[in-house]
Design a protein around this ligand. Structure first.
Ligand code: AMP
Ligand code: MG
Length: 520
């Protein structure tokens, strides 16, 4: 007879895995990826669950409550249809060739078929792999929460990024500068292929594997290049990656994001922000800001990021040379960065200024603004948000720009800039109105429309270091409510969130003493 107990046993959690040979790296065989089982995480618990992403992935509403979900995403259970693997890559770190690296603490569970298209599910911190070198394959709670919040904040801002589905925590210990507790982040992306994957096979002289990897990346992610044959296919691949990287750099610079460790092994071939370590969103505007405490030379300072990306693209170009043969087309593909990046950045900065049209002096207008913002250490995010509001109110309030002006010490320099900006706005309005055939009566309407468009690109909420720090401190006491609330707010950074108004304020004094290094 079947007892009531046995009938109530839940069916195993079945996810919509694609056949394993559909996932890029394992399809290429053992030289690319090594099947690796996760190491169990003792007594796991949920730290954070990303409900919007769960829905975007088409996972059922009972997903979180299924007991297998927690166990599988902590690395304690391999779900049916999943074959976890770690991949090998190499790379340049801080400008030097670092040799073989690889997924030292990342395990790919496989690809899921989702409404977003195929997505790789990856556990970060699920134990040692063949590429862990001297590392323990683990991640600490602190860095896992930072990665979770940062991925979702970037996504909310419209910046291309890997996503984070959840964080699981454990009372199990991990030794860093001090003893901390372990956690696992489940990361999600169409692909985790890095520049370093290509560098790996190129540096080993494995041209066949290099070609196989390039062909698979093209087939899976760049179908528009499918018909291109011969060396031109790999030049086009380089050009495509150059353009998506340029677009990403423009996004980072425009939102004031500093990555901190732009090594070639942390660069995505899809132009996604990848591997959140000592990243930081700028508080006061400072082009020379270094967010990584271990970056003594400032190689990855905020203002250097676009140039570093270009350098990294050259490493990728070098790696692709066995497939491209001739230097000239490879150089031409790389050179296209010199236009693609400034064009993308100009477009982003114009949108932040509320300009619908392009004019010759726009770049100079931005540069003179950033110069005085740097001089006066003006908060980057607060400035743009206040400017967006002032533009909407300037028709009805004589002193609409006062709250913006208040942010500056050199008021006369700001006033001079504001005059230039206002005349540029007027010219933009006339050009745009003429183009759209708008009448004078609609001028006020167009002003508030301009303000609204600015409020959609100039966020109110960013993941300031001190906010992440406060959420982490609470989480260490077992209270994960701030992680959840912060994530909810950061997923909609352009909206008002009256209950969390203080999170939109300036960073407190103590924020400048937070030190973030590579240790995670
Ligand atoms: P990152 O600086 O986090 O990009 O890591 C650089 C390399 O070190 C990558 O190959 C990582 O997988 C590896 N790594 C970082 N932390 C650990 C760890 N705790 N255990 C094993 N490998 C690690
Ligand atoms: Mg990395």
């Amino acid at each position: 007879m079947i007892s009531a107990e046995t009938t109530s046993v839940m069916a195993p959690l079945n996810l919509p895995w694609r056949p394993v040979n559909d996932a890029v790296l394992p399809q290429l065989g053992p030289l690319f990826a090594t099947p690796t089982a996760p190491t169990a995480l003792p007594a796991p618990h949920w730290v954070a669950r990303n409900e919007p992403l769960r829905m975007d992935l088409g996972l059922t509403c009972s997903f979180w409550t299924h007991p297998d979900a927690l166990e599988a995403l902590a690395g304690n259970l391999v779900l049916p249809g999943s074959t976890p693997y770690a991949s090998v890559y190499s790379g340049h770190q801080f400008g030097q060739w670092a040799g073989q690296l690889g997924d030292g603490r990342a395990l790919n569970l496989g690809d899921l078929d989702t409404p977003l298209g195929p997505q790789t599910l990856q556990l970060k911190g699920a134990g040692p792999t063949p590429y862990s070198r001297r590392g323990d394959g683990r991640a600490v709670l602190r860095s896992s929460i930072r990665e979770y919040l940062a991925s979702e904040a970037m996504h909310g801002l419209g910046v291309a990024t890997t996503r984070a589905l959840c964080v699981t925590g454990s009372p199990g210990f991990v030794r860093r500068e001090e003893v901390e507790t372990a956690a696992v982040v489940t990361r999600v992306a169409p692909s985790f292929v890095r520049f370093g994957h290509f560098e790996h096979f190129a540096s080993n002289g494995q041209s066949d594997e290099l070609k196989a990897l390039a062909d698979l990346v093209v087939a899976k992610y760049m179908p528009h290049l499918d018909d291109v044959q011969g060396p031109a296919r790999y030049t086009s691949l380089l050009q495509t990656i150059t353009h998506s990287t340029a677009a990403l750099m423009a996004q980072w610079q425009a939102v004031g994001f500093c990555h901190g460790v732009m090594n070639t092994d942390n660069m995505s071939v899809l132009g996604l922000t990848l591997d959140y370590g000592p990243f930081q969103f700028l508080d006061a505007f400072d082009p020379s800001h270094i967010c990584n405490h271990s970056d003594h030379q400032g190689r990855y300072a905020y203002a250097r990021q676009p140039q570093v990306a270009y350098w990294n693209l050259f490493c990728l170009g070098q790696a692709l040379m066995p497939l491209i043969d001739e230097q000239a087309p490879a150089l031409a593909a790389l050179e296209s960065y010199k236009e693609a990046f400034p064009d993308a950045l100009d477009a982003r900065m114009r949108a932040k200024l509320g300009l619908q049209t392009a004019a010759e002096g726009d770049r100079a207008l931005v540069e003179s603004l950033l110069k005085v913002m740097h001089q006066d250490r003006v908060d980057y995010t607060v400035f743009w948000r206040r400017l967006s509001q002032a533009v909407g109110e300037s028709a009805t309030m004589a002193h609409a720009f006062e709250p913006v002006r208040d942010l500056f010490l050199h008021r006369e320099v700001f006033d001079a800039w504001l005059l230039q900006y206002q005349s540029r706005l007027e010219a933009d309005r006339l050009t745009a109105d003429t183009a759209q055939g708008l009448s004078q009566e609609l001028a006020h309407h167009s002003r508030s429309a301009r303000s609204l468009s600015m409020l959609k690109v100039n966020p109110k909420f960013i993941l300031r270091n001190h906010l992440g720090e406060l959420a982490i401190r609470q989480a260490k006491t077992g209270d994960f409510s701030m992680v959840q609330d912060l994530c909810d707010v950061l997923q909609h950074p352009f909206d008002e969130h009256p209950a969390f108004e203080t999170w939109a304020g300036l960073a407190p004094e103590w924020a400048s003493s937070i030190e973030i290094s590579c240790s995670s």
